[in-house]
Design a protein around this ligand. Structure first.
Ligand code: SF4
Length: 438
């Protein structure tokens, strides 16, 4: 791989953008970026194109003056405008590169603001440090989840609930799927799921457009996360130091991290852990779903066997999809992510032995690796389309971002049912490739 001294078409997005996915998953929350206005404009558009929903993100709109003299005045004014204009229960502040570079002390600015504006004291203010030069959108998401529990979780009497933290960015439909699985399992209301984007990023059509979308994890439940008996983070195989680790360190809540449940083995691990936590067996419906997944894999195994595939995108999504490809008898030769993460390399070599595992790379690096490995099929976000076009290799769009196809909010790859859909999707994609002479 040639050495790049600049990023050419990043395979990741900005750190504050990840924070929005976490903040928008809690009740009544409005995000604000402390930094220049362009950051908020770019990320609003990026998310609105993916989810096909309006995505409001405020900005403290730092200009040259703020960059020289500090951005406290802008941030305070921005917070007041957001509180007066949107009436949120929570404001989530994420810093951008500029605010971090000038060294603004956001915690101190927030304390001053709350003293100066008694009318705003009812509103919880969370701040996450998310300069894009120190991580990708995945780290931003992780950082914001930690900031949420750090600000809102309060020590109290122990309760019998468990926390289910979604440690990787998944679709709103997948969050709905996990909730309905837990409810059918008999967990009822004995768990807190954080963050819950099931409605906030995929709302039904309505006559009135609420300023802040309904849904999200209730704030009262987040407060109780400090007193739960257990935290399970799904999609937390490679990113450490998130909400679950914080709750364990500060409040002694035992924490287990699992990969995203994609495919047979990883879903079995998820299900087995839930059985241990709840003391309840898997409902028969899901046993049958598991059998259907195995059936779907067998149905198409001759067609898909040995297809040389490159998978790229978010860390846990790539690892889970690669594992499923191995279960299908395919040949995942390249696993790549834009996030810099040594654990990704270790897990990638375990999930798909013999593959080339790349971390912290851009699409220029991925292109080289795709050419070198004689790839037949690309799986990942739509941002890989230039490689697809240049090399004439079909791209199956999976994950974030997806701007040029519909239904990203309803894409499902998790659990036995999601994997079955993905198996069918891959098989049909290969049928079409073959029909076109690919
Ligand atoms: S790289 Fe930094 S300054 Fe640029 S859009 Fe992302 S957060 Fe904003």
């Amino acid at each position: 791989m040639s050495e790049n001294y600049a990023t050419v078409n990043p395979c990741s997005m900005c750190m504050p953008m990840g924070s929005v996915m976490a903040f928008k998953g809690i009740e009544g929350c409005m995000p604000i970026f402390h930094g220049s206005q362009g950051c908020s404009t770019y990320m609003r558009l990026h998310l609105a194109h993916h989810y096909r929903e309006p995505v409001d993100i405020a900005s403290s709109a730092l200009s040259e003056k703020g960059a020289v003299y500090g951005g406290a005045a802008n941030l305070k004014k921005g917070l007041l405008n957001v509180i007066q204009g949107y009436g949120p229960k929570v404001v989530g502040i994420a810093t951008t590169c500029l605010a971090e570079t000038i060294g603004d002390d956001v915690a101190q600015i927030v304390r001053e603001f709350q003293q100066e504006e008694p009318s705003a004291r009812e509103v919880a203010i969370i701040s996450a440090s998310t300069p894009s030069y120190s991580g990708s959108h995945e780290e931003g998401y992780n950082e914001a989840l930690k900031a949420i529990v750090r600000t809102l979780a309060k020590r109290g009497r122990p309760n019998s609930r468990f926390n289910l933290v979604i440690g990787s960015i998944v679709s709103p439909a997948e969050v709905r799927q996990i909730k309905s699985m837990l409810n059918e399992w008999g967990c009822g209301y004995d768990y807190t799921l954080l963050p819950d984007i099931s409605e906030t990023f995929d709302a039904p059509l309505a006559a009135d457009y609420p300023k802040i979308p309904e849904g999200g994890t209730p704030l009262a439940e987040i407060a109780e996360m400090a007193n739960s008996r257990e935290t399970l983070t799904v999609g937390g195989s490679v990113l450490v130091g998130g909400a679950g680790d914080y709750l364990e360190r500060e409040f002694g809540v035992h924490h287990t991290r699992l990969p995203l449940p994609i495919g047979v083995e990883l879903t079995d691990r998820f299900v087995g852990t839930l059985e241990e936590i709840t003391g309840l067996g898997l409902p028969e419906k899901y046993e049958r779903d598991r059998g259907r997944l195995l059936d779907a894999i067998i149905d198409c195994h001759k067609l898909v066997a040995g297809v040389r595939t490159a998978v790229f995108g978010d860390t846990d999504m790539v690892l889970g999809v690669a594992k499923l490809l191995c279960e299908m008898g395919m040949d995942p030769r390249v696993l790549a992510t834009g996030s810099k993460n040594a654990e990704f390399i270790r897990w990638g070599e375990k999930m798909a032995p013999g593959s080339e595992v790349l971390s912290g790379v851009d699409f220029s690096d991925i292109h080289e690796s795709v050419s070198r490995n004689d790839i037949d099929l690309l799986i990942g976000p739509f941002t890989g389309r230039q490689i697809s076009k240049a090399e004439n290799i079909p791209l199956l769009r999976v994950g974030l971002p997806n701007h040029d196809r519909f239904g990203a909010s309803r894409q499902m790859v998790l659990g036995y049912e999601g994997a079955t859909r993905l198996v069918d999707g891959i098989a049909n994609f290969i049928v079409e490739m073959n029909e076109r002479g690919g």
